[in-house]
Ligand binder design. Structure first.
Ligand code: FES
Length: 347
């Protein structure tokens, strides 16, 4: 027997099957709620259950603050209703020509960007358009049922090609292949299967100045957003803080510097946490979100787009909202969750 989910303030209803999560049921019904990881590690899908009963799963207590839990907030990618429910959640408006599809792709090229980062160019089928919002991601679908998520690092598919930035995670199912390890190294012309575009991480129409925050390869979707703005001639005031352990982790800093020359309202602030003497680093040091805290006494008039390690994203969300007055609904994030992050949630 299915149950009814009523979404406020949108005033929309959809059915959820036994054992199905609220997020999966919403997406199946064509309603997009905010989401990123879909596995209980990022909190992007946080929503409030106003009435009805549900199984929250173990994840919310690990991610949400006690005060949030007491008010009925939960993770909609984990919540499974056991009665009709009414929830409060933002609906994401997406252009109607963006359709999630599964399709085969061919590896067109693998190009190193840093010692532990490779750019993969994928050739998409020429028969169908692959439209997405800059900032969204795709998933590789493997034969054993496992999936791996990567953001498009480009604003749109050009000549039916998209680029991804892949950091090597030693022992990682897919990244070991990308870096030539294991029995089946990935190479040009290999065929893979993908699903996409996915996620709700993309620019909203809003005149407020933008703060982009990235760590490591979290730069990829933000690069896509900024290049989309450049292509459209969108010249809102924006600043990018990009953090890494060593200067070499900011593997396309030259590109970000070049954006400053093209766009007078844009600033780039590179931040390095563990520079070695041989790096001769003379720029900002420390954690990237703390550099923002040091520079901005008040974020109440900003919108923030953050992507990178879950710990960085969650620290930024907490401190920007609680210490700098950022309205929580103006913090948009995509967290790069690893297998270790997932294992921790499921333990
Ligand atoms: Fe639910 Fe990430 S989408 S926690």
């Amino acid at each position: 027997m299915s149950f009814k989910v009523s979404v406020q303030p949108a005033g929309r209803d959809f059915a959820v099957e036994p054992g199905q999560t609220i997020l999966d049921a919403a997406l199946a019904a064509g309603m997009i709620l905010p989401y990123s990881c879909r596995n209980g590690t990022c909190s992007t899908c946080r929503g409030r259950v106003v009435s009805g009963s549900f199984d929250a799963g173990p994840a919310p207590a690990r991610i949400l603050e006690p005060g949030d839990l007491a008010q009925g907030y939960t993770l909609l990618c984990q919540a499974r209703p056991s009665s009709d429910v009414v929830i409060e959640a933002d609906e994401v408006r997406m252009s109607g020509d963006i359709v999630v599809r599964k399709m085969p792709v061919r590896v067109q090229a693998l190009a190193p960007l840093a010692a532990d980062v490779v750019e993969i160019t994928l050739q998409l089928p020429s028969a169908e358009a692959f439209r997405f919002q800059p900032g969204q991601y795709l998933e590789f679908l493997f034969k054993d049922g496992r999936r791996r998520s990567y953001s498009m690092a480009c604003a749109q598919a050009q000549d039916h090609r998209v680029q991804l930035h892949v950091r090597h995670m030693p022992g990682g199912l897919f990244t070991d292949r990308v870096f030539g390890r294991g029995d089946e190294p990935l190479k040009a012309r290999d065929i893979l299967r993908i699903e996409g575009p996915l996620g709700s991480f993309f620019l909203r129409d809003d005149e407020r100045p933008i703060l982009f925050l990235a760590s490591g390869t979290g730069f990829a979707p933000i690069k896509a957003m900024i290049e989309g703005m450049l292509m459209r001639g969108d010249r809102r005031s924006a600043v990018l803080y990009w953090g890494g352990r060593r200067p070499s982790d900011l593997y396309q800093a030259d590109l970000a510097q070049a954006w400053q020359a093209q766009w007078p309202g844009f600033r780039f602030v590179p931040v390095v946490s563990d520079a070695l003497p041989e790096d001769a680093w003379a720029g900002r040091s420390g954690w990237v979100h703390q550099a923002v805290l040091a520079d901005f006494p008040d974020l109440s008039g900003h919108q923030v787009y953050a992507c990178g390690a879950p710990a960085m994203v969650e620290a930024a969300r907490h401190d920007f909202v609680h210490q700098r007055g950022l309205p929580s609904q103006l913090f948009y994030a995509d967290a790069f969750t690893s297998e270790a992050d997932r294992a921790e949630v499921q333990a």
